[in-house]
Design a protein around this ligand. Structure first.
Ligand SMILES: *Cc1c(COP(=O)(O)O)cnc(C)c1O
Length: 379
């Protein structure tokens, strides 16, 4: 017998209400019954996205909505800025390449955050730039981007601001309308506490103007088709009906807790986690702009980072994430997004300590748990 704890930056644990909703008998999607669900989901998404614009529900993982953004906004030979400070920033560049769009890449050292003035410089130098692609929470490095500052800049130009908020939304603040985010993309398996399979995308008026002019090929992810369907409270293709039903459940929970409280809870989880790491003598990978959705930690010298993650998972049932690409074996990522509270963090830190001890890392057993508990008892 063993319990499993999921502390990864997607997928994240499911609340029991979600599991129950997922177990309901299937219904048909072209029915008034499902239309009511779709309507409630759309309204709830607007609340979480903090937007008045339509939010579309796509049946795909989060990357599908990223692809939809590139396919619907741009044309071959267009130029767009991409901010590459990690694996997910790189995905924007790769998508632009796949669609023949020229990417002006702003390279940011992994673990550092983009300087918004760098974006302004590029926009000034090239007024033809159509879009700026950024990432709210760069999940591979644990960095949170200052979207509000970037939004203020991009609003002055012809370009639209597109944000990959797949791992940040529903965990850390993003005010799509107030911050001038034209297109915001998210997915179901991170802050939204659902299984993978749904992607979300909001589209502003400024972005719709680009959609009308865009010549990129698209079919399944054509937002104009999606918009026509939405006007009739419908979807162009068969939606992931059960996931949408569970989404409504989640959105009710999120509304009940309230966005401000959700952000506060994530902030508390992040600060307890950081405090524990510090007490264990561990260093954060991205101390200058740490995300409150996931904490990336440097693997200490002499410890095998991949073995650490594997042992926690395979021996003790606590799953955290290792490093991706160039960070493989060099960092581990301890996520605290979605359906996570105090004792999940305590369990995760406790397991981390246990395995670090077994691997010969020198520290005082219990120091991390104590530090986390101190943060929680001060709240
Ligand atoms: C998880 C993640 C993605 C990829 O989403 P998929 O659902 O795996 O397609 C993209 N961007 C960020 C920031 C993520 O955290």
């Amino acid at each position: 017998m063993r319990k499993n704890y999921l502390l990864t930056p997607g997928p994240t644990p499911l609340p029991p209400e979600v599991c129950q909703a997922l177990g309901k008998p299937i219904i048909h999607h072209r029915t008034p019954q499902f239309q009511a669900i779709l309507k409630e989901a759309g309204e709830g998404l607007k609340y979480v996205f903090q937007t008045q614009n339509d939010v579309f529900i796509l049946t795909s993982s989060g990357t599908g909505a990223m692809e939809a953004a590139v396919a619907n906004l741009l044309s071959p030979q267009d130029t767009a800025i991409t901010v590459e400070g990690g694996k997910f920033g790189e995905r924007w560049t790769e998508l632009c390449k796949a669609y023949g769009v020229g990417a002006e890449v702003i390279k940011v050292e992994w673990g550092k955050v983009v300087d918004p003035s760098e974006i302004e410089k590029r926009l000034q130098a090239n007024p033809g730039i159509k879009a700026v692609f950024t990432t709210l929470c760069e999940t591979s490095t644990g960095v949170a981007t200052d979207i509000e500052a970037i939004g203020k800049i991009v609003a002055k130009y012809k370009a639209v601001l597109v944000v990959d908020a797949i791992s940040g939304l529903g965990a850390i603040d993003l005010k799509a309308d107030a911050w001038g985010v034209d297109v915001c993309v998210s997915g179901s398996q991170k802050g939204f506490m659902l299984p993978p399979g749904l992607a979300f995308i909001s589209v502003s008026k400024k972005a719709w103007d680009l959609v009308s002019a865009s010549k990129n090929p698209r079919y399944y992810f054509d937002l104009t088709t999606a918009r026509k369907a939405l006007q009739k409270t419908d979807t162009p293709f068969t939606p992931a009906i059960s996931l949408v039903i569970a989404l409504v459940e989640v959105l009710r929970m999120m509304k009940q807790e309230g966005l401000e409280n959700i952000f506060k809870r994530h902030s508390l989880m992040a600060s307890a986690t950081k405090s524990a790491m510090k007490a264990l003598g561990l260093e954060l990978f991205a101390p200058s702009a740490p995300s409150e959705a996931v904490t990336a930690v440097n693997v200490p010298a002499g410890i095998d980072g991949e073995k650490l993650v594997k042992t926690m998972r395979d021996v003790y049932g606590v799953t955290i994430a290792g490093g991706q690409s160039e960070l493989k074996g060099k960092v581990f990522r301890f996520a605290h997004m979605g359906f996570i509270e105090e004792f999940d963090i305590i369990a995760g830190i406790s397991c981390l300590e246990k395995v670090l001890k077994e691997m010969g890392y020198a520290f005082e057993l219990g120091a991390g748990v104590k530090a986390a508990e101190e943060v929680f008892s001060k709240k």
